[in-house]
Structure formats: structure tokens, C-alpha cells
Design a protein around this ligand. Structure first.
Ligand SMILES: Nc1nc2c(ncn2[C@@H]2O[C@H](COP(=O)(O)OP(=O)(O)OP(=O)(O)O)[C@@H](O)[C@H]2O)c(=O)[nH]1
Ligand SMILES: [Mg+2]
Length: 462
């Protein structure tokens, strides 16, 4: 693999004001270039970098000698760096003007501005990390909750890669057997061998299947759980929405039909990111805008992971309540009997036939009564979904999931051939294809286009 010999540089911290901002340089000329701009604190004398150490000094413009900033310089010689190349990082004052000026002078001295994700791409091309680990770098940066952070770090350390490698080993073993059978077709034990091969293919399929399921159920760590508040108008959905997200986001009035559109916001329950959705009150209406709102509410409730059906506890359950309960009967969730501060007139015994397996909880958005219990029950429902991921959840993104599914399909095709036609050479083609898909995950068989797509998602400087 031809390594890019150009030395690259970028501002690696977000733009804006901060105590510190970092300009990073990576490549064979990183030390040379840094040497041209790094001076002692007075800016007068050249200063040597200290490998594996931090050195206090300054940056000057390499052409005019103008003093630019007071910095700390960190030098990381190859190959013990993120990119496996020589890296220098200047810890500057964290202002856009300062950082841009430092970067400019570094570029004047021979570095090239890095492309988005180019540092990580170099780490990948140098074999320091594989593609799934590179993708985990983005996930770690984007992780909004502790559990997402933990799982992405696990993948950064090679969690997904090692699981894929284990399956890959079995596929390779199977391929070796098949190729031996193709090369020595006269062996009279072939029938037995084909049975063994089919068994091995079956094991690979079940390994892939459980990894796919693990990945699917762990997706909520990454994407969060969607929870929709549904119910007839005026029962207090928007009031509960505001209480649960902890701010006055949705408009609340005593007029039924206040909420017309979908309102959503993020909150965290038991470490799980939750996208809470407030909807228009569900009722039959001739008002065009409201009608569209109700349709949108139904679609949201259908698509959600969990639903909170809100009922006004201060009056008996009516047909409109029953209608919402019916629509959401198959959806896991909770029934919140709201406005319990006004006294509860709802007979809970009338609800179960329409409730599915939903728990009933009395709450008051006004006084806060029962909200703790509601949150706890929501958290439990969310974590039940997580528990389905087993004790060893693993984060799998959509691209990786697709590759796993393709690998499984190819292996299923191979198994069908082994079982029915009982010819090894045709099965070998599908097994090769299965291997190709597995290698897409780690990047062994990744095309330039795919890499551009993945690294293009990174910010510049990472
Ligand atoms: N007493 C009491 N009033 C409440 C409670 N929750 C909401 N309300 C009142 O009920 C009325 C309707 O509240 P909203 O939150 O707008 O109800 P909604 O379900 O969003 O209504 P739509 O958007 O029209 O579907 C408002 O006057 C609220 O102040 C509660 O727990 N107790
Ligand atoms: Mg509302």
C-alpha cells in the first residue's frame, strides 16, 4: 500500500474560544516543519522538540519571524503515534485567530492542510486500526451518553473486529476444506466431507446471526429509544412532555387541539438516550391542519419503540381514549392516568382489555406526583430492550450490519448448494463472497470510494 508522503496539518480542536486549541502536524517532515516555527518562550532562539515530552516555547512566523503565540509542543516520533508517523502537536491559546495563524505558518513551512479524517485514515492505512475501529473513533466523539461512549470505546479497542475475525477464521477454514476437495476430487470421502462442510457453514451462519441480533438490539445505545406521547386532546400530553424533558418546550393551553405538529426532544433515562415525541391529540376532526397533525401522530406512534398513552384521570374513560388504546395495543409502553391531583374518576379495571401489556401509572404533570414512577418504568422498559442484547452488547452501525447480513446471505446460499446440489466448487464462490463482506467490515476489502465515504464523515483535524 503506497503511503501518502505529504506531511499534513490541521486544527484538531473545535473552532471557537477555549483555554487551549491544538494544531496537529503528521508526516515525515513533521519535526522539520515544527522546527522552523518553534522557538524558546522569548521567540528569539530556535528550540528543539523533546521526543515523548512536552516543551514550553513559542511559535513564530517562519518567514517574517513575527511572534504568534506562546505554546506547549508535544512530539511523538513514529511509529509510536496515532498515525504511526512523526506527530507534533502545538497546544496554543484556544482562539480562532491564533489557531488559524499557527496553522498558516505551519503550512507555509511545507505542510498540507489535512482532509477530513485524514489523520485517522493514515492510522488505518498504517495498519494501526482497522476500518471498524476507525468508525468507532467517530462514535466515541459523537457519543452523547455514558453507555454509547463505553460501547464505542470497546469497538475502538477492537471489540467488533475480534468478533468478526473469529467468524472469518471459520470461513477461511471452511474455504480451505472446500478448496482441498476441489483440488483432490478423487477422494472417496467427499460425501462425508460435504456434510461436515455444511455443518461448518451452519455454524458460521448461526455466529453471524447472533452478531446481527446483538448489533440490532444494541442500536438503541447509539440511536436511542423513541417514546411517543399519545392520547386524545387536552389530557396533558404536552404538559407531561415538558415535565419529562425538564423544560417548557411544548405549548400548553386548556384548549383541546393545541398541539398540531410533532414536537420532539432528547433526554436520558438510565443512560439510554430517549427521543421523546409530543403529538397532536387523537380525535376525528374536520379541521385540515389538525387532521394532518392527527395523521402524523398515528404514524409516530406506529414507528415508536415505546408509547405513553395519556388519559385524563379526572373523567371516565371514553371512546376516544379507547381508540388510542386500541391503536397502540401491540406497542410496549405505559398508560399514564394524568391529572390525578384532581381526583381519579377513571376505573382502572376497565382499561386492561385495551391495554396490551402496558403498566398503568397515576401521575400529575401539575404536581409532579407519580413522575418518578413513570420515569422508572420507562427506564425499565428501555433497559429491557437493552438486556435483550445480552451481557455483551456490541455496537454495529448500519454499514456494518448490512455487510454482516450480506455475509450471512452468501453463506446461506453456500449451505443450500452443499445440501442440495452437493457440489463444492459452486459453494466456494458463495463462501468467497461471504468472506468479501466480512472483510468490508474491517476494511481488508474496502474500496477507495468506501473509505472516502467513511473518512469524509470525520471533522478536519481528526
Ligand atoms: N390539574 C391538572 N391539569 C393538568 C395536568 N396536566 C395538564 N393539565 C392541564 O390540562 C390542559 C391541557 O394540557 P396539555 O398539556 O396542553 O394537553 P395536551 O394533551 O397536550 O392537549 P392537546 O395538545 O390539545 O392534544 C392544560 O390546561 C393543562 O394545564 C395535571 O396533571 N393536572
Ligand atoms: Mg399538546
Amino acid at each position: 500500500m503506497v503511503r501518502d508522503k505529504e506531511t499534513i496539518a490541521a486544527i484538531s480542536t473545535p473552532m471557537g474560544e477555549g483555554a487551549i486549541g491544538i494544531v496537529r502536524i503528521s508526516g515525515v517532515y513533521a519535526f522539520d516543519i515544527a522546527g522552523k516555527v518553534f522557538r524558546d518562550p522569548s521567540g528569539q532562539r530556535k528550540r528543539k522538540l523533546r521526543p515523548w515530552g512536552v516543551r514550553y516555547g513559542s511559535i513564530v512566523d517562519c518567514r517574517t519571524g513575527e511572534y504568534i503565540d506562546e505554546v506547549l509542543a508535544v512530539a511523538m516520533p513514529a511509529p509510536y503515534s496515532f498515525t504511526r508517523e512523526d506527530i507534533v502537536e502545538f497546544n496554543c491559546h484556544g482562539g480562532t485567530g491564533v489557531l488559524t495563524k499557527v496553522l498558516e505558518t505551519v503550512i507555509k513551512c511545507g505542510a498540507r492542510l489535512a482532509e477530513p479524517g485524514e489523520f485517522t485514515k493514515r492510522a488505518f492505512l498504517a495498519g494501526r486500526i482497522d476500518l471498524s475501529q476507525a468508525e468507532a473513533v467517530i462514535d466515541v466523539i459523537r457519543a452523547k451518553t455514558d453507555s454509547a461512549r463505553r460501547l464505542s470505546l470497546e469497538n475502538l479497542k477492537g471489540g467488533l473486529s475480534s468478533k468478526v475475525s473469529m467468524i472469518r477464521e471459520s470461513v477461511l477454514g471452511l474455504l480451505a476444506h472446500i478448496e482441498a476437495a476441489i483440488d483432490f476430487p478423487q477422494e472417496d470421502i467427499e460425501v462425508l466431507e460435504i456434510q461436515d462442510m455444511a455443518e461448518q457453514a451452519g455454524e458460521v451462519i448461526s455466529g453471524l446471526n447472533s452478531l446481527i441480533n446483538l448489533g440490532k438490539s444494541s442500536r438503541i445505545y447509539r440511536d436511542g429509544v423513541s417514546v411517543v406521547l399519545a392520547g386524545k386532546p387536552n389530557v396533558g400530553k404536552s404538559s407531561l412532555f415538558n415535565v419529562l424533558i425538564g423544560k417548557q418546550r411544548a405549548i400548553v393551553t386548556h384548549i383541546p387541539g393545541t398541539t398540531r405538529d410533532i414536537i420532539d426532544d432528547w433526554t436520558t433515562i438510565k443512560g439510554v438516550p430517549v427521543r421523546l415525541v409530543d403529538t397532536a391529540g387523537m380525535r376525528k376532526t374536520e379541521d385540515l391542519v389538525e387532521k394532518l397533525g392527527v395523521e402524523a401522530a398515528n404514524r409516530q406512534a406506529e414507528a415508536a419503540d415505546l408509547v405513553i398513552v395519556v388519559i385524563d384521570g379526572s373523567c371516565p374513560v371514553d371512546d376516544e381514549d379507547k381508540d388510542t388504546l386500541f391503536r397502540t395495543v401491540d406497542k410496549p409502553g405505559i398508560i399514564a392516568i394524568n391529572k390525578c391531583d384532581l381526583g381519579v374518576k377513571v376505573n382502572e379495571n376497565n382499561i386492561p382489555p385495551y391495554a396490551g401489556v402496558k403498566k398503568i401509572i397515576q401521575v400529575s404533570a401539575r404536581t409532579g406526583e407519580g413522575i418518578d414512577e413513570l420515569e422508572k418504568a420507562l427506564g425499565e422498559l428501555a433497559t429491557t430492550e437493552i438486556k435483550d442484547a445480552g451481557d455483551n452488547p456490541v455496537m454495529v452501525n448500519l454499514r456494518q450490519l448490512e455487510a454482516l447480513e450480506n455475509a450471512m446471505r452468501s453463506m446461506e446460499d453456500a449451505l443450500n448448494i452443499l445440501n442440495s446440489i452437493k457440489t463444492t466448487d459452486l459453494a466456494a464462490i458463495d463462501i468467497q463472497e461471504s468472506l468479501f463482506w466480512l472483510d468490508q467490515i474491517t476494511g481488508r476489502s474496502a474500496s477507495d470510494d468506501l473509505m472516502d465515504k467513511i473518512f469524509g464523515e470525520f471533522c478536519i483535524g481528526k
